[in-house]
Every structure is written in structure tokens, then in C-alpha cells.
Write a protein that binds this ligand. Structure first.
Ligand SMILES: O=C(O)Cc1cc(O)ccc1O
Ligand SMILES: [Fe+2]
Length: 437
């Protein structure tokens, strides 16, 4: 399947699969073309100010309220929702995990989501969860929507075909995609088993950060975001719809595919984005700036500069800073940092932080470069250096991130992570030059 997309972030799009399927000049004609039903999908309150008002009009074969059965409880025991406290002893500390293994049994996206941390409170529409997914089967007749938040997919291995009500996106490692809150979709595999990270954002929708003095260009540019054109199937089958709602899962049956939207218009829509189109801006003379310069997307919390969650990347880039310790510094942060590695190596942790792995440096816990990376960077010749084979990311939230029992007890937790700082020896010897031998 070749996917087609429309460029832009937050645009008012319009798209139709059949000529004339999209009503013109009004949203709710008495009899929409082709016998379609009109349905509004609201992503913001009706009364949100213009800049934040999001909704789309969907013209579909059957309205989504037409499902055959009531919702019945079902369970996905590894997918947790904030608040998720107190069901186990939380190991406090700097934590790192090896990649999750690919599943052996048949596992589709819904059963392949493993929650690592939860933060905030989904019921109060604040905070987020950091998940990994490891999947070896496509969803066929199963469909899903998440009322608790939008889902930001960060593939690490294997491409996904994300088939949504509003169109189809193919997303490879190095790209990301977003499925808005409430949107029906299913996940198919494209080239074998797939693994990646998932940010479930309970709070305000991800948007592009203001660029301040950087100006009108660089970082993530709106035209590089791609929204799929309309796609539908007219398929009578025993389909199921699973819903995540306030942390619980429910299921209902539908006698047809719910992916039956023939035309739509509006600004509440899924999108994908190729991280290689992010234009990083960095230190061109000296010092290491805060990682906020690499913010791709931000979910504001209502308090200025204090994100509900930021999505930050560490992309390939030139390092040119003079008389500077170039990797991340040692630090303690009021925000909580969950990191993953899509490919290559991360300059603060050249060993031990593996593609597909994760680390968690929670609210106020000290961290920074490991002893080997520190040693290397203090001795490096400071010529221009290209950090080439690298792509790490961070979900950084104002809320403390609480570990799930799975994250606390899984075999992939590296018990000896803290030892990576053991070799940081005392350099102070009372002399101005210190002991850097
Ligand atoms: O901890 C980390 O590795 C992430 C990070 C990177 C950086 O360049 C500065 C601060 C920061 O938290
Ligand atoms: Fe950090």
C-alpha cells in the first residue's frame, strides 16, 4: 500500500476518497453525498479559543455509535495508567534497562504494550505514561481507541502501518507518529516484528514549541509533518473495538470495519514526522546548552515553561564547542527524564545504553556522563566532530515518574547501572590545575 500524506502541522485539511464525497459549504447536509453519515470528532472543548480549537468532520458509512453490543470489561494487564502507586516497592535510584525481548507467543499491538512508568493522573488529564511495545502480529479485526490520551509512537525496530479512521500511515524507525485521543485505529506490521516506545500523553496535546530568539525556522518545521489522506474499507466482518477509558479496558463487537470514513475535513488528525528533518540548533562557540534546544514537541501544562511532557531528541549533529566538556554535564533536574535509544550510541553513555534500551533519571536524582565517557571527553582533542550514528530521545515531564511492577521486576533491569559512575575519581589536589592524569 502506498500511503499519501498532506503537509503541515495543525492545518485545516480536507480529503475525500470518492469525488464529491466531502460536503462543500456546510458540515451537516440533510442527506450527505453517497449516503454517508456525518460525525464530528472533537479534540478540544467546543469553546476552546480559536488557536487551540480542534475538531474534524468525518463522513462515514455508519456512525461510530452503531456497534452491536454494550461495552464489556476486558484486560491488558501490562498497560498501566496513572495514578499507579503502591502495588509494589519502588526501587528509588537511577535506573537503566536492556531492550525488551521480542515476544515468542503471538502478540499484537494491544497485548504488546508494556508500561514502564506512569506520571500525573489520567483522570485529571495531566501527566503521561512511558511504554514500550514489542509486537509480532498484526491487528486484523481488532480496533482500538484511547480516551485517556493521545499516543506518540517512537519505532525502534520494524516499521508499523497505523491504520486510522482518517487515513493510513507507515512509520519506520527514525520516524514518529501521533494518534489523537479518541481516534479509532489498528496497528499492522510491515516488515516483521516491531519494537519501539510509546508516550501516552494524558495532558494537553503535543504542539510545536515556541522558538523564541531562534526565529521562524529550524527545529521541527510544520511542513515536515504529514497527515494521511482519507482511506476507507467497506468490509462486513466480525470486528471488535477495544476502548481504554480511565485506565480500564472495555470491548464491544461491530459487524463491520469501523475504518469506514470516506471523506473528512478539519484540524484534529493523525500525523507522522521524520526525525531526520529536525534542524538542530546548538552551541557554535562554547558550553553545552540545555537539552530543551532539541525539543521536537511539547505538551504544555498551563504553567509557562513547565511542560506536562516534552519530546526531545538527540540527533546526529556537529560538535564544535571550544574549551568545553561537550557531552551532557552532571546534573539534578526537577523534571523527570525517561530516555530511549533508537540507534547508535549516546555520547554520555557509550556503553550499556543499548538501542531499544531505556533509562530513567527521576525528579532530582543526580546523573550525568558515565566514568568512561567523562574520561574520554576530558581528554578529547576539541576539533569539530560529527556525532553521526546516534538517535536518542527523552520524554521529560514535570511529574515524577512511577515505576510499574513490570519495570521494577523485569530481568532487563540493569542491577549494576550505578557502577557506571564508580570510576569518577577525585581530581582535586589543592592545586589550581587539579589532577587530570
Ligand atoms: O540526562 C541526559 O542524558 C539527558 C540530558 C542531555 C543533555 O545534553 C543535557 C541534560 C540532560 O538531562
Ligand atoms: Fe538528564
Amino acid at each position: 500500500m502506498t500511503c499519501r500524506y498532506m503537509p503541515g502541522f495543525g492545518n485545516d485539511f480536507e480529503t475525500e476518497c470518492l469525488p464529491g464525497a466531502l460536503p462543500q459549504g456546510q458540515n451537516s447536509p440533510q442527506r450527505p453525498p453517497y449516503g454517508l453519515y456525518a460525525e464530528q470528532l472533537s479534540g478540544s472543548p467546543f469553546t476552546a479559543p480559536r488557536g487551540a480549537n480542534e475538531r474534524s468532520w468525518l463522513y462515514r458509512i455508519r456512525p461510530s455509535v452503531r456497534h452491536a453490543a454494550r461495552f464489556r470489561p476486558t484486560a491488558f494487564s501490562h498497560w498501566k495508567t496513572a495514578p499507579n502507586l503502591g502495588d509494589h516497592e519502588l526501587p528509588l535510584g537511577q535506573l537503566r534497562w536492556d531492550p525488551v525481548p521480542m515476544p515468542k507467543a503471538d502478540t499484537d499491538f494491544l497485548s504488546g504494550v508494556l508500561t514502564m512508568t506512569t506520571a500525573g493522573d489520567a483522570m485529571g488529564q495531566t501527566g503521561m505514561a512511558a511504554h514500550v511495545y514489542a509486537v509480532n502480529a498484526s491487528m486484523v479485526d481488532d480496533h482500538f481507541f484511547n480516551a485517556d490520551g493521545e499516543l506518540l509512537f517512537v519505532p525502534q525496530e520494524g516499521s508499523l502501518r497505523v491504520v486510522t479512521e482518517m487515513g493510513v500511515m507507515e512509520v519506520a524507525p527514525g520516524e514518529i507518529c501521533l494518534v489523537p485521543r479518541g481516534m479509532i485505529f489498528k496497528v499492522e506490521l510491515v516488515d516483521g516484528p516491531a519494537r519501539g516506545y510509546l508516550c501516552e500523553n494524558y495532558g494537553a496535546k503535543f504542539t510545536l514549541p515556541d522558538r523564541g530568539p531562534i526565529g521562524a525556522n529550524c527545529l521541527a518545521n510544520p511542513r515536515d509533518f504529514k497527515t494521511p489522506v482519507a482511506w476507507y474499507e467497506d468490509r462486513e466482518a466480525d470486528c471488535r473495538l477495544t476502548v481504554k477509558w480511565c485506565g480500564r479496558f472495555y470491548r464491544t463487537e461491530i459487524g463491520h470495519s469501523p475504518l469506514d470514513v470516506v471523506a473528512w475535513h478539519g484540524n484534529y488528525a493523525p500525523w507522522k514526522y521524520d526525525l531526520s528533518t529536525f534542524s538542530p540548533v546548538g552551541a557554535v562557540l562554547f558550553d553545552h546548552p540545555d537539552p530543551s534546544i532539541f525539543t521536537v514537541l511539547t505538551s504544555p501544562s498551563g504553567e509557562e515553561g513547565t511542560a506536562n511532557v516534552d519530546f526531545i531528541i538527540f540527533p546526529p549533529r556537529w560538535q564544535v564547542a571550544e574549551h568545553t566538556f561537550r557531552p551532557p554535564w552532571f546534573h539534578r533536574n526537577v523534571m523527570s527524564e525517561f530516555m530511549g535509544l533508537i540507534r547508535g550510541r549516546y555520547d554520555a553513555k557509550e556503553e550499556g545504553f543499548l538501542p531499544g534500551g531505556m533509562s530513567l533519571h527521576n525528579m532530582m536524582l543526580p546523573h550525568g556522563p558515565d566514568a568512561d565517557s567523562f574520561e574520554k571527553a576530558t581528554r578529547a582533542e576539541l576539533a569539530p566532530v560529527k556525532l553521526d550514528d546516534t538517535l536518542a530521545f527523552m520524554f521529560e515531564t514535570r511529574f515524577p515518574q512511577h515505576l510499574t511492577r513490570y519495570a521494577a521486576e523485569t530481568d532487563t533491569l540493569q542491577e549494576d547501572y550505578i557502577d557506571c559512575w564508580k570510576g569518577l575519581k577525585k581530581r582535586f589536589d589543592g592545586t589550581p590545575q587539579g589532577n587530570w592524569d
